[in-house]
Write a protein that binds this ligand. Structure first.
Ligand SMILES: NC(=O)c1ccc[n+]([C@@H]2O[C@H](COP(=O)([O-])OP(=O)(O)OC[C@H]3O[C@@H](n4cnc5c(N)ncnc54)[C@H](O)[C@@H]3O)[C@@H](O)[C@H]2O)c1
Length: 340
């Protein structure tokens, strides 16, 4: 085997633990060499489980450790910018969970920090590495549908929101935390920009979330620059399991991702209907997370740009912030991509 990228994981919480297990087992291009969390004991437990040699109680110690060529940032979204700055200043390449930051200004600051340090920065829009979404993208780019007219996407989460995530000031709230995946897909699959949104939502199940200024169920209508329209549905209350589905309709057919049982995809076109099977034992997006890390490691090892840079998070965040504003005002909101 050729050279492997030494990755240090920063953030050993819910998502960091998932990344660590995937990095340790399913990413041959990389080696997980250290784990850090402000909760030093949590970093230690995860390192012990995965036989990772070093565990630290701060990002500063991790980026200075031997063998750390790059970092995977999986701390709470509110702290992404701080950690990105620490990693960039130490000259470490960065794969950062989504969203890169919670505001356009902080997103720009994170991109600038990486650029100034000459390190590469990839954002964790892992669906772009998911085989089902990639097949959908290929079918769309190949013109199988004609020019897409309608985008529909849903993300229903099953778990109750963890306490660490309830405060929208920490996570960004439903539009920035969950919706950003769908808004990124909207731009990527449609190969077009969203220019206007109109959002509706309520704290239907979790009234306390309403007191924090967030909702647990929402729909967002989208208008694209090229004239297409779309909608995104978000819920934190899918009792039957995580349910993620996306469909793009064009004059000659439809691509669809996400069947029940969860996973897979389908294609309906002039020649008929085909279903892509996915073993139900495979965790949804496990493969996507592995492929995302593999693509990051290959880009660094081969000296190429990363596939999903910071500007993608900036563009999707602008849509999410417009959707949040629309939720607050009840009015349609134009998507503004400039800071401020
Ligand atoms: N791609 C996805 O589908 C997906 C899913 C869930 C979460 N996420 C993202 O993963 C990130 C983490 O979410 P989570 O659910 O794991 O949160 P979490 O609260 O479970 O874990 C965050 C961890 O970061 C640690 N931490 C916070 N600030 C730190 C700092 N400055 N230095 C070191 N450690 C620090 C905390 O102690 C905690 O252990 C968020 O950005 C979230 O948006 C992505």
């Amino acid at each position: 085997m050729g050279a492997r990228l030494g990755i240090g994981l920063i953030g050993a919480g819910r998502m960091g633990s998932t990344h660590a297990r995937i990095l340790a087992r399913a990413v041959p291009e990389a080696r997980l060499v250290a784990i850090a969390d402000l909760d030093h004991a949590a970093a230690g437990r995860l390192a012990e489980e995965l036989e990772v040699e070093a565990a630290f109680g701060s990002p500063e110690e991790l980026v200075a450790a031997p063998g750390v060529d790059a970092v995977l940032v999986a701390v709470s979204s509110r702290h992404h910018l701080d950690v990105v700055r620490i990693a960039a200043a130490a000259g470490r390449h960065i794969l950062c969970e989504k969203p890169l930051a919670l505001t356009i200004e902080e997103t720009d600051a994170a991109i600038a920090a990486a650029e100034a340090a000459g390190v590469r920065l990839q954002v964790g829009f892992m669906r772009r590495f998911d085989p089902d979404y990639l097949r959908a993208k290929e079918r769309l780019a190949g013109g199988a549908l004609g020019r897409p007219t309608l985008f529909m996407s849903r993300q229903f989460d099953t778990d109750p929101i963890p306490d660490t995530f309830r405060d929208p000031l920490v996570s960004g709230g439903i539009m920035v935390d969950m919706g950003i995946h769908e808004f990124d897909l909207a731009r990527w699959l449609m190969d077009d920009e969203v220019v206007e949104v109109h959002a509706f939502g309520e704290a239907v199940i979790d009234e306390e979330l309403g007191h924090l200024g967030d909702v647990d169920n929402a729909v967002v209508n989208l208008r694209f620059a090229g004239g297409a329209v779309g909608s995104v549905e978000l819920s934190r209350n899918a009792s039957y399991g995580e349910d993620v589905r996306t469909e793009v309709l064009g004059p000659s057919g439809s691509v669809f991702v996400g069947l029940l049982p969860l996973g897979g995809g389908a294609f309906a076109g002039p020649a008929g209907f085909s279903i892509d099977t996915l073993p139900t034992s495979e965790p949804r997006f496990g493969r996507a997370l592995a492929e995302q890390a593999r693509a990051f490691a290959r880009a660094i090892l081969e000296g190429r740009p990363v596939e999903v840079g910071g500007s993608e998070s900036r563009s999707a965040l602008a849509i999410a912030l417009a959707a949040r504003r629309s939720l607050e005002t009840g009015e349609p909101v134009r998507v503004v991509t400039l800071a401020g």
